[in-house]
Ligand binder design. Structure first.
Ligand code: PLP
Length: 398
């Protein structure tokens, strides 16, 4: 109807859309490809896929597992996830009611946030943070509230957590081991957070996608395994990293049966189901690969960590050595202006230009104005590519 009061908004983007810019991580990957660089920017994890995993996925295609699965995933994979969770974490999980297979941990977080939060709710997360956690919450008009970890040691200050809580706070996001700092939350830290969560009746969303990437004396502990935390803890994880299949999009949620139907509903709306043949591939991997595989994975990556730490030091960076995951945040404070630029994003481009190694600006993991003297490097690369990157980095001083 054409009338004076019948004005529509007309063509245009949503209020959120102008914020939806390409992530710095993806931008650096594009730049790296353009100049034929070695990409240590994105956590693509291009190490070998375990053959049992790859073969089972190929066999599943030939056997006709190419149609939609149940939205919560094939029974075989849900059972495998439940058994592995009991074996490794001591958590008894019902594969019929408490496990959902999702489209990656990314899809898991999205569906969980849609099921549990309303616009205007606040959710605490720790800085440096994983940008997708922030972006996903914002995309739902949920307010991410960053709580700073101690720079460099990444120690958790529980008083800071307490003072960030408001009547609108609904949850705390814990990413352990973390991207980008490689922080592995200690039992004492998790217990402190658990107390706060109980006191304020909050959910704890725990992203444990790097659970098998643990170095030295660090130990992965899931919040869900702490006394009295099962009902309020939502585990989100997946196999992108463990089996080097980031492109397969196989993740999962473990949660109390009170929450899984709603989370599953949104996962279905967003993605329908995770890719069918890849669910079979991952199930075969979990069933077949045992302690030796996981120990080998951690050991291999610890060696890669040492390679990159040493090259970064030789190049003049001050790397913060991670206890877990596969990223290094390295400070540029002692680089003597070898890199040009006013901020971390410009310096990352200068590093790419001078060495052909792509890294991500530290500012991508902090609130505005912070992280400008840091770059993040990923070491989940094939040895020959990592060696090449290390050689190029050492060349920075020559
Ligand atoms: N969570 C964290 C902390 C990550 O670092 C990443 C990938 O970099 C993901 C989730 C993405 O996982 P997925 O590939 O299962 O969506």
């Amino acid at each position: 109807m054409v009338g004076a009061e019948a004005k529509t908004r007309g063509l245009g983007l949503s209020a959120l859309a102008p914020r939806a810019v390409q992530s710095e991580i993806r931008a650096m990957s594009v730049e790296s490809d353009r100049v034929g660089g070695v990409n240590l920017a994105q956590g693509v994890c291009d190490t070998e896929v375990p053959s049992v995993v790859a073969e089972a996925a190929i066999a599943a295609i030939h056997e006709g597992h190419n149609i939609y699965t149940r939205q919560d995933g094939i029974a075989r994979l849900r059972r495998a996830i439940a058994e592995k969770t009991e074996r490794m974490q001591g958590l008894v999980v019902d594969p019929e009611r408490e496990v959902l297979v999702t489209s990656g941990a990314t899809g898991a977080f999205h569906a969980v946030a849609m099921a549990l939060f309303d616009p205007g709710d606040e959710v605490l997360l720790f800085e440096p943070f994983y940008g997708y956690h922030v972006g996903t919450l914002r995309s739902m008009r949920v307010v991410p509230v960053a709580v700073e970890l101690e720079m460099g040691t990444w120690a958790l200050d529980l008083d800071r957590v307490r003072s960030a809580i408001s009547p609108k706070t609904r949850a705390i996001v814990v990413n352990t081991p973390s991207n980008p700092a490689g922080k592995v939350f200690t039992r004492a830290e998790l217990e402190g957070l658990a107390e706060i969560a109980k006191e304020h009746d909050l959910f704890v969303l725990t992203d444990e996608i790097y659970e098998h990437f643990i170095y030295g004396d660090a130990k992965h502990i899931s919040m869900a395994a702490l006394d009295g935390m099962r009902e309020r803890t939502i585990i989100m994880s997946g196999y992108s990293k463990t089996f080097s299949v980031t492109g397969w999009r196989i993740g999962y949620v473990i949660a109390d049966a009170k929450w899984t139907p709603a989370i599953g509903y949104f996962s279905d709306l967003l993605y329908v189901c995770a890719p069918a043949p890849f669910q079979h591939g991952v199930a075969a991997g979990i069933e077949t690969l045992g302690k030796t595989f996981y120990a080998g994975l951690a050991m291999d990556h610890e060696v890669k960590r040492e390679m990159l730490v040493s090259a970064l030091r030789d190049a003049g960076f001050v790397p913060h050595v991670p206890d877990g995951a596969y990223y290094i945040l390295a400070s540029m404070e002692k680089l003597d202006n070898l890199l040009e630029g006013e901020n971390a994003a410009e310096k990352a481009r200068s590093l790419l230009k001078k060495t052909g190694v792509a890294a991500v600006a530290g500012s991508a993991f902090f609130r505005a104005g912070k992280g400008e003297d840091l770059l993040r490097f990923c070491f989940a690369k094939k040895d020959e590519d990592l060696e090449d990157a290390c050689r190029r980095l050492r060349g920075l001083r020559r």
